[in-house]
Design a protein around this ligand. Structure first.
Ligand SMILES: [Zn+2]
Length: 312
């Protein structure tokens, strides 16, 4: 990504000065916020180890054209794999970084549950249970892991996303991938990352720019529901450092095999254990509205090749 500001700690940026500032007191900073404040520190000290890729990456089949991805909330170690050293690698939002996005594993599951309660159907879910020290699914393979024993875990993450995108495109012709993260720059803000519209190319082409940045866009609805979102107004530039990482860049709809993909960078308040049910419910309401507006077949224009066979 370009235009990275090193002082903004997203899912990647790291500087010594910031680490020190974070360590002092800030709750939301990803560098030291392992859990959100209400998580039990004791539980986190019990590091679980597994060599079972089905345990290390939780994958759930869905029924809705929605995928939830959470790559950075894990706590587990891959058996036999040492923490990554990052030797010789650049740091920053697209480089080497090992801090967890505390609370995002639990939040992703809560969102899936909330969507299912609202719609009666479950979204697809891909969640890394592995601590980012060992594996970073939101990076290209060359940065994501250093031990080849971690490769199958990485491949399960991206292979699942790829398979689910294909399945959704076949069944629904369109869909939404939400990549769930945590940031420490503002505990009350949700940042949007789409490469300034790039990873939702199909949505914009089909429904116009307002589908991405208008009042009825996902972020427009979240703002209406009371959230502090950035950019706002939503047609503004996305915050440097939060513009969307490898997952949305790989599986977004600027690629024929991808679907509309948005990286969500939650501040600590949204991820805090006591707030997660509310966060999940509000996001589920916005997702439901997104589906009704942009995905329900009655609203879908014919595909670009002119075919108009019904889909469901
Ligand atoms: Zn992250």
């Amino acid at each position: 990504m370009t235009g990275i500001r090193p002082n903004l700690l997203a899912c990647g940026a790291l500087s010594l000065s910031l680490s020190i500032a974070v360590a002092s007191h800030t709750v939301g900073q990803e560098a030291t916020l392992s859990p959100t404040p209400n998580d039990s520190p004791t539980a986190l000290k019990i590091a679980k180890i597994s060599s079972d890729i089905e345990v290390l990456v939780e994958v759930q089949q869905g029924e809705l054209p929605v995928i939830l991805s959470a790559p950075h909330g894990g706590t587990m170690q891959i058996e036999g794999v040492e923490p990554r050293s990052g030797a010789g690698m650049k740091t920053g939002p697209s480089g080497f970084f090992t801090g967890r996005d505390g609370g995002t594993t639990e939040l992703a599951v809560a969102i899936a549950d909330a969507i299912q309660r609202r719609t009666g159907k479950r979204p697809y879910l891909v969640v890394s249970k592995v601590h980012r020290k060992y594996l970073d699914p939101n990076r290209p393979a060359s940065i994501a892991y250093e031990d080849s024993d971690a490769a199958p875990v990485y491949q399960r993450y991206h292979g699942s996303l790829q398979r689910f995108c294909a399945e959704i495109l076949e069944k629904h012709r369109t869909g939404l991938l939400l990549d769930i993260h945590g940031q420490g720059a503002s505990q009350t803000t949700l940042y949007r990352g789409t490469g300034n519209g790039k990873t939702v190319t199909r949505l914009r082409e089909r429904f116009g720019e307002s589908a991405h940045s208008g009042e009825d866009s996902l972020f427009g609805v979240l703002h209406r529901l009371g959230w502090e979102v950035h950019p706002y107004p939503a047609d503004g530039k996305e915050q440097s450092g939060f513009t969307g990482g490898y997952i949305v860049q790989t599986h977004g709809s600027h690629r024929p095999e991808g679907i509309d993909a948005i990286q969500l960078e939650f501040g600590a308040d949204y991820r805090d254990k006591s707030n997660r049910p509310k966060t999940a419910d509000v996001l589920a309401a916005a997702v439901q509205e997104f589906l009704d507006t942009y995905v329900a077949s009655k609203f879908l224009p014919a595909s670009v090749d002119g075919s108009s066979e019904p889909r469901n």
